[in-house]
Design a protein around this ligand. Structure first.
Ligand code: CUA
Length: 152
C-alpha cells in the first residue's frame, strides 16, 4: 500500500494538536487539585498567633533571663486567663526556655539567646504550678536549670 506522506503527516498533526490541548488542561486540573488537597489537609498552626497585638493593659509582661545555670524570671506569679508576654533573653550562651505543666507536658517554648529578646505569648487557661526547664544543652549543669511559675 502506498501512503501519501504529506497527507499522513497532516492527519498526525491534527491528532497531536488535539491531545496536546487536552494534556495541558489535564495538567492544569492536576496542579489545581494538588494545591487544593494540600491546603485542605493542612492542620491549623499549633501555636497561638505570636504577631497578634494586645493592648498593654491586656497582657502581663514577664522578663526571663537565662544564665549558666539558672533562670532569672520576674514576676514568677501570674494570672490565669490573661495573655502573658514572656520577654526571653540570655546572659551568656543559648538556652531553651520551656514551660511544662504538672504532667511535664511542654506547653510553650522559645529560644533564650544572648543579645536578643524573643517574645513568647501564652495564655494559661487554669491555675497551677508550671516548671521551667532548659531545652538546649548549655554546659555542665544544664539539667539544673529548673524554675517554677505559679499561675493563680
Ligand atoms: Cu540552659 Cu541548658
Amino acid at each position: 500500500m502506498i501512503v501519501n506522506s504529506k497527507e499522513a503527516e497532516a492527519d498526525y498533526q491534527s491528532v497531536t494538536k488535539k491531545w496536546y490541548g487536552f494534556r495541558s488542561k489535564w495538567f492544569l486540573f492536576l496542579i489545581t487539585l494538588g494545591i487544593t488537597i494540600t491546603f485542605l489537609s493542612l492542620n491549623p498552626f499549633p501555636l497561638p498567633d505570636q504577631k497578634k497585638e494586645y493592648s498593654s493593659s491586656e497582657y502581663q509582661v514577664v522578663t526571663v533571663d537565662g544564665h549558666q545555670w539558672y533562670w532569672n524570671i520576674a514576676p514568677v506569679t501570674i494570672k490565669a486567663g490573661q495573655p502573658v508576654e514572656f520577654q526571653v533573653s540570655a546572659a551568656d550562651v543559648n538556652h531553651g526556655f520551656g514551660i511544662y505543666d504538672e504532667n511535664l507536658k511542654l506547653v510553650a517554648q522559645t529560644q533564650a539567646m544572648p543579645g536578643y529578646t524573643n517574645k513568647l505569648i501564652h495564655t494559661f487557661d487554669k491555675p497551677g504550678k508550671f516548671k521551667i526547664l532548659c531545652l538546649e544543652y548549655c554546659g555542665l549543669a544544664h539539667h539544673a536549670m529548673i524554675s517554677e511559675l505559679t499561675v493563680e
